[in-house]
Design a protein around this ligand. Sequence first.
Ligand code: SF4
Length: 269
Amino acid sequence: MITQPRPRVCAPRERACRPTLHEMQALSGNRQALAQVQTEVIHCIRCPRLTRYREQVATVKVRRYRDWEYWGRPIPSLGDPDARLLILGLAPAAHGGNRTGRIFTGDRSGDWLCRALYVFGFANQPTSTARGDGLELKDCYITAALRCAPPQNKPTPQELTSCRPYLLRELGLLRKVRVVVALGRIAFDTFLRACHETGVALPRPRPRFAHGARFRLTNGLTLLASYHPSQQNTLTRRLTRAMFHATFREARRLLSQRREGTIFARSPS
Ligand code: SF4
């Protein structure tokens, strides 16, 4: 006798976690809107100095990557549009993201970040070497204060201001983010400015960057500060692997505690 499979019955808690049809449509719209932001990013030429620099680096190259066809354009963000963890970096590296075309990919900073994400369950593999290497982020979205590699890793205030609208739009669309990890002071300050510009009241006194600092914002979001995993910090052991992993352990702990809510109530234009 062929028996019909019994319909699966959800536990009440599981049902409560399921998105409604309206929520699913909204999430689908958010995915498309996020994809549109990235399309605009990779064609952006707002900053003349950075446009010149990224293209020059992509043409001149360095000896060890002379066989590569560099990306040489602004870098799109990467990850899960439904992510609860948002990571904000500074900018792509000249011979890292600017070469590979993917954020935190193909350089030592990317090695450090990807290892940490893998250890704490936010990535499916511990390495990030090139587009198409199989990397998938889980419950995690990576973006940056600046989408183009700046000379000497030093953007001007005007360049940061020019690029921030892309972040503002992403924040309005990443509706499930609960925890933000800011990598370095510039990313930290950029995120606070973006919060202010989206109407989030900042705590007083205003949070100041310090490695390991944690701030609860008025929209329910938690901001974690870490030194950037640049070689300048890791080779000097200003940032150790243990220090870096502690930040992501804390992010995982926070996410295991809290589930609900919308952070950025209105999408900035
Ligand atoms: S840094 Fe941002 S605003 Fe400036 S050119 Fe690159 S993508 Fe455009």
